[in-house]
Design a protein around this ligand. Sequence first.
Ligand SMILES: Nc1nc2c(ncn2[C@@H]2O[C@H](COP(=O)(O)OP(=O)(O)OP(=O)(O)O)[C@@H](O)[C@H]2O)c(=O)[nH]1
Ligand SMILES: [Mg+2]
Length: 315
Amino acid sequence: MKTKKMGGEADRGKKLPCSDPEQKGVIVAHHGVAVEILFESGERQMVKVKRSSGHVVGDDVVVGNGLLTRLPRRTKLCRKDSRGSIRIVGANLDVLGVVVASLPLPSFGYVDQAIVAAREASLVPVLVVNKCDREDSGPFVAELVTSYGKVVDIFPVSAVTGEGLDALEVFLGKGFRSFFVGITGVGKSSLLNAICPALDLRVGELYTAGSRGCNTTTVSTLHSLPGGGELVDTPGFNEFGLVDISAADLAGYFPGFEQAMEGVCRFRDCRHRTEPGCRVAELVLSGDIPKERYTTYLEILDQLEAGEARFKTRR
Ligand SMILES: Nc1nc2c(ncn2[C@@H]2O[C@H](COP(=O)(O)OP(=O)(O)OP(=O)(O)O)[C@@H](O)[C@H]2O)c(=O)[nH]1
Ligand SMILES: [Mg+2]
C-alpha cells in the first residue's frame, strides 16, 4: 500500500502544489499520524496526517491536489475518558453494539452510559452478549434480559462455538455501519474474526479472573462484512463518560425510562429524585421501572451534576 504525505497543512485545508485527481473515500483505520483510506475505486492508501487532525474511522474524505478534506459527518459518537478528555470514537455510524461478557464484567453504569451516548448521537444501541459458551453466562444473560430486554435488541452469542452468530449477522447485514464497543477482553475482535474469518484480527490471550486487561486491539478499523453491512472493531475502553448530555437531559435517554417520558412530571425541570408529582417515582413504586435501573440512574445523575458544578466553579 502506498503511503502519501499530504504536507504539514494539508489536512487543515491549505492547498499544496500537487496535481492528483480528486478521489472520494472513507477512513478505515487510524494510526495516530497516518490514516488508511479506502477509495470508491477499491484502492487503499495510507495518508500522513497531524496527530491533532481530529479525523476518525468512518470519516468520509476527499483526497486530491495535495489536500485531505473531511466531509460533513452524518453522526458522531463521543465519550469522555478517565482523564476527562473528550474523544470522538467514530463517525457516520448507525448502530452501536455494546459487547459484554460474564468475564470480564463491565464496570458499573457502562452499558447504561453507552446506550445513553448512542441515543444522544442518534445511533441504534444493541447489546451483544459474548462468551455464551461459558458456564456462568446463563444467569448473566437472564439478568441482562430483565434489565434491558424491553429496551434494546439483545444478541447472546459465542465467538468460540458460533452460537447466535447467524442472527447477529442478519442484523448487521441490513446495510448498517455498526460499531463495537466494550471493555478489553470481552471478545470484540474474536467476534469479527468469527463473522469474517479472512480478517484474522489479533485476539488476546485467554481471559481469566486474574488477567490484567491490556488492550490487544490498539487501532480502530472498519471492515465490510460478507453478509452486508460494515463493522468497526475498536480497542477496549473501560470508561464511557458521557459528553453533551446534561444532568437535566439524562432521564430522556436513560434505558428503562421510556414509559416515564410519555407522561409528565409536575415540575418541568424534575430530576426525578424526590420531587412531588414525579412520573419516574410513580413507575418505580409500581415496579414498572426496576429499582436497580433507578439506582443506576441516580448514581450517573450525581456524577453529571458533580461535573457540572466543577465546571461552574472553574468558570
Ligand atoms: N469462552 C470464550 N472466550 C472467548 C470468546 N470470544 C473471545 N474469547 C476469548 O476472550 C479473549 C479476548 O478476546 P479478544 O477478541 O481479543 O477481546 P477484545 O474485546 O477484542 O479485546 P481488546 O482488543 O483488548 O479490546 C481471548 O482469549 C478470546 O479467545 C467466546 O465466545 N467464548
Ligand atoms: Mg480486540
